[in-house]
Design a protein. Structure first.
Length: 299
């Protein structure tokens, strides 16, 4: 098998796993709070990353360099980003939270103007208007001339998570750490913070049954772990990043289908229209330039 084919298969594997996480989020959140889910998933992901860092001989690098960056990066990802994202999934139908989460790349393009001094092109502006028109359709559930959102807090949490994720990658533009080491260090910082929050603000560690527990492990193992490794391998080995980056567009329809089949969410027409607009804006943006940093955050 050629290196190019291996990279594409790994990219498809990562996208396939990301397509299932919206369903896993909704199943897990049916049994536990966002904070409990975040703690369990972070613990599982940190354990997996610890094994990978050790097996690849990166432990020395991970222990001795990069902690100044990790001190703030870990508070953004996993702590702030996933708490906001899980909070959104807890309040909104999975299809809405998933679709709104796809606007992070457009938020990144807009925030790059004040942070990195980049300029917006006419296509950037058009892409943003198209995508955020989709956000409006989803937030109002099709009642586009009604300013009363069905769940204002849920929509706010979803959009806030995209801002945190976009800021995280913009601030990490000069991060010299290897991706696997950075992930392990960030979770090493975030996990104690989440533990403290769980003990002081939440109910502590509680048993919610095997279904919720398994779904939480799945989120940590695959959404935050295996999919990240597969995607990293694909991006590093592919000849053109755009080839694997465009695989992301396969994830939303599969996510919607799984939410319908497993969670039982009826697919709303407003979600379909809004998602088409969001993906259309994202596609227009990618058409004019090289893709934004390939990450796992299209959940």
């Amino acid at each position: 098998m050629t290196q190019e084919r291996q990279a594409m298969l790994c990219g498809l594997g990562a996208v396939a796993l990301w397509s299932t996480v919206a369903t896993a989020f909704k199943v897990a959140l049916g049994y536990m709070s966002p904070l409990e889910l975040m703690w369990l998933a972070a613990l599982v992901s940190w354990a997996l990353m610890s094994v990978l860092v050790a097996r690849r001989g990166l432990l020395g690098e991970a222990l001795h360099r990069g902690w100044r960056t990790a001190a703030w990066a870990g508070l953004m990802n996993p702590v702030a980003y996933y708490l906001l994202l899980f909070g959104a999934y807890d309040r909104l139908p999975g299809q809405e939270a998933m679709a709104l989460n796809y606007t992070w790349a457009l938020a990144m393009a807009l925030l790059a103007v004040p942070i990195l001094g980049q300029r917006l092109t006419h296509i950037d502006i058009a892409a943003g208007l198209i995508a955020y028109a989709g956000v409006w359709v989803i937030a109002t559930r099709g009642a586009v001339f009604d300013v009363a959102f069905a769940d204002p807090l849920g929509v706010t949490l979803a959009l806030a998570s995209t801002l945190i994720w976009a800021l995280y990658w913009l601030f990490n533009a000069r991060d010299r750490r290897s991706p696997l080491v950075a992930q392990w260090q960030n979770f090493s910082v975030g996990l104690p913070v989440l533990t403290l929050l769980l003990v002081t603000l939440g109910p502590g560690v509680q048993w919610h049954g095997w279904t919720g527990f398994t779904a939480g492990i799945y989120v940590g193992l695959f959404e935050m772990g295996v999919a990240f490794v597969l995607w990293q391998f694909a991006v590093q080995r592919i000849s053109r990043t755009a080839r694997v980056a465009n695989l992301i567009f396969l994830s939303p329809p599969v996510s919607l289908l799984l939410l319908f089949l497993i969670v039982g969410e009826p697919i709303m027409a407003s979600t379909l229209v809004g998602l088409v607009l969001i993906l259309g804006g994202l596609g227009l943006q990618q058409w004019q330039k090289t893709p934004l940093p390939a990450t796992q955050e299209s959940n």
